[in-house]
Design a protein around this ligand. Sequence first.
Ligand SMILES: Cc1cc2nc3c(=O)[nH]c(=O)nc-3n(C[C@H](O)[C@H](O)[C@H](O)COP(=O)(O)O)c2cc1C
Length: 334
Amino acid sequence: MSTDASIRAADTRAEVRALSAAATLAGHAPSIHNTQPWRWRLTSNELDLYLDHSRGLEITDPDSRLAILSCGAALHHALVSLAAAGWHTLIARMPNPAHPDHLAQLRLDHRIPVTPAAIRHRQTIALRHTDRRPVVSTPVAADKLRSIVAAVESAGAGLHLLQPDQVYDLAAAAADCAQRTESGEAAWQSELTYWTGGTRPLGSGVPDAAIPDRAPQATVPGRDFGHHGDLPISEAHENVATFAILYGLEDGQLDWLRAGEALSAAWLTATELGVSVLPLSATIEVAVTREHLRRLLADLGHPQLVLRLSTSDPAGTAPAHTPRLPAEQVIERA
Ligand SMILES: Cc1cc2nc3c(=O)[nH]c(=O)nc-3n(C[C@H](O)[C@H](O)[C@H](O)COP(=O)(O)O)c2cc1C
């Protein structure tokens, strides 16, 4: 092989390694009920992201808005990995209008200097997790909230921090939503039971270890998993939490994908600042309460997800990380 050809072959191997590592790291992304509804296809210099309907929630998420949002979080994780490997990446979102499940295409463009912030972000991916315990009594400082809002905006979405009176409106929407979903929706309940509880040996779903062992004291109730889990929690009341609505300008697939990218950007920043994030999506899942949140946002945009932001508990032991599917199950190598 000529020297030029062997250099090109080595370059291609380096690109494949970077893309493969990005898809693998993206597996840590948060997803609704830990369904991990993504599939990656890797070729020598491209990485394609697809929505995988086989792990979709037909009843809870019939139009796949939360699944696509979850895929957006995985997409952002992949971009973080590539930036930390020193790559500038070209991204085409929704590259093929005839195939709406093809959510993004990544192509490595040129090398860039690796910044300490990029390395830190990559390290934070493995540390980030959902913490459903009641919050500690220290409110989140204003400068930290500003940094989280800036992270969301840099990823192309918005974050509206709720005023105290708006938190009561949110609580009313959450109560309304709980009533609508609990009242007799057997199919909704069985989907929830399929994905949550138990020890989850197959690498997806929310295990009992991550579900509180009793109902936390809360103004805005978290998701009712239909049973108590094994996560020990205190009697603390979360009245110092900050609630926020992640929103997009429009309400289509692209906005859901962008909202997911923004969720990841916000969550990684928050984790680095010692701020815990709990996504609350029940009010988004039900059309009536989603409309209620839209009114709370006034003219800002369309609600995509509710977030509870609180100071991480430095003393308590964080819940164990939830399991993930093996990488080879979600990455297809062409
Ligand atoms: C779009 C979306 C919606 C979510 N909704 C909720 C929710 O309503 N309640 C909840 O407790 N967790 C919610 N989560 C958190 C997931 O259950 C969590 O990300 C998943 O179980 C993986 O766990 P990890 O975040 O600790 O890695 C949501 C996550 C995403 C991405």
